[in-house]
Design a protein around this ligand. Structure first.
Ligand code: GLU
Length: 396
């Protein structure tokens, strides 16, 4: 019999949809895939060369479980350069992906009886990860017409003696919102006053559009930095999703505990990937601007086209590579005798009959919405949009 923990757990819906997408494509079905957020660009050449060199140099053995010093130093440089933050080596850990850093962090700081505040819409894996640590996710809804901001006032209502942390993700997956500096300041103060951690997931830091730039909450006040653990990684910035290199920065006691968990579970992240990540962080950064330019064009097109569908509204993302259109006015209609009553039903119809893969909003804690990743080619985006329009037009 399975453990209660495992039997209650379902697979990550973003990964499940992307697996389904790949399975259908392998069968020869022409799927327009907007599933998992994964840049369609190739990993830049100098990064690949660094990995090839690592193999040829036989850098293929165990490394320290928490990562190699050259990569920790590259991460330290990144925080100095981009965020004006100073960390020491024992305040940095390298993990097998940003997700792994988050998982180990939650295992290190949360336990039974703890409550963790998560603004919704949230990334699909935060609540299950909190639960896997034995703690309770406390969801605070944010709204499209309030620019998906989280304010101190909203958070205050949920703070009690059990509150152990808040998870902030900005630019956010799935909506692409950015938290205003004044809101970050207020939430930082709340964390200090009420003694809870700020888990700051900044994996989409480099992907911002228009005039928006990323500001890390940890950089706003040394007291906030004390309370913050930044989780990050190379996947989204350098098109390195499969290499599995994430990192985290925070108090040395927490980083040490995460390292202990890592050393008793996965051991080190792949030695070759670590060398590739050193090249990514220390090497030329021009690939980011090229990706951003393409993402921006796709965002503009997708938002415009989705908004042109009768009844559909769409928030214009300020960062990341997702759109989160509101299909509430479409729900309740009928398709082939079936009432399209939920975002999951809509997703199923889009996939089965219109060969378009999207993720239902309910998985991100917001019913009536869909998430589409635009980290895919313009050709797929154009094709997918046409199919969604056709689907909605056929609903009665
Ligand atoms: N973070 C990406 C997404 O939301 C990758 C898949 C995952 O790990 O959930 O699509």
């Amino acid at each position: 019999m399975l453990s209660k923990r495992a039997s209650l757990l379902k697979p990550s819906p973003t990964l499940a949809i992307s697996a389904k997408e790949k399975e259908l494509k392998a069968k020869g079905i022409d799927i327009a895939g907007f599933g998992a957020g994964e840049p369609d660009f190739d990993t830049p050449d100098h990064i690949k060369q660094a990995a090839i060199k690592a193999i040829n140099d036989n850098f293929t053995r165990y490394t320290p479980a928490a990562g190699i010093d050259p990569l920790k130093d590259a991460v330290i440089e990144k925080f100095k350069r981009d965020n004006g933050l100073t960390y020491k080596r024992d305040e940095i850990i390298i993990s097998c992906g940003g997700k792994h850093s988050l998982y180990n962090l939650f295992q290190a700081i949360f336990q039974e009886g703890d409550e963790v505040i998560i603004p919704a819409p949230y990334w699909v894996s935060y609540p299950p990860m909190v639960e896997l640590a034995g703690a309770k996710p406390v969801i605070v809804e944010t709204q499209e017409d309030e620019d998906y901001q989280i304010t101190a006032q909203m958070v205050k209502k949920y703070i009690n003696k059990n509150t152990k942390g808040i998870v902030l993700n900005y630019p956010s997956n799935p909506v692409g919102s950015i938290f205003y500096r004044e809101n970050l300041e207020q939430i930082g103060k709340l964390a200090v006053e009420n003694n809870f951690y700020i888990i700051s997931d900044e994996i989409y830091e480099k992907l911002t559009y228009d005039d928006y730039t990323h500001v890390s909450i940890a950089s706003l006040d040394p007291a906030f930095k004390e309370k913050t653990i930044i989780c990050h990684g190379v996947a989204k910035t350098y098109a390195m999703t499969g290499w599995r290199i994430g990192f985290a920065a925070g108090q040395s006691s927490i980083i040490k505990a995460m390292g202990n968990i890592q050393s008793q579970s996965t051991s080190n992240p792949a030695s070759i990937s670590q060398m590739a990540a050193v090249a990514a962080l220390n090497g030329p950064q021009d690939s980011i601007a090229l990706m951003l330019e393409a993402f921006k064009k796709r965002r503009d097109y997708l938002v415009r086209e989705l908004k042109s569908i009768p009844g559909v509204t769409c928030y214009n993302p300020k960062g990341a590579f997702y759109v989160f259109p509101n299909f509430n006015n479409v729900l309740g209609k009928t398709y082939k005798g079936r009432v399209v009553d939920t975002s999951t039903a809509l997703t199923e119809i889009l996939l089965e009959d219109f060969h378009t893969a999207v993720v239902p909003g309910v998985e991100f804690g917001k019913e009536g919405y869909l998430r589409l990743s635009f980290a895919t080619s313009m050709e797929v985006i154009e094709k997918g949009v046409e199919r969604i329009k056709k689907a909605v037009a056929s609903f009665e």
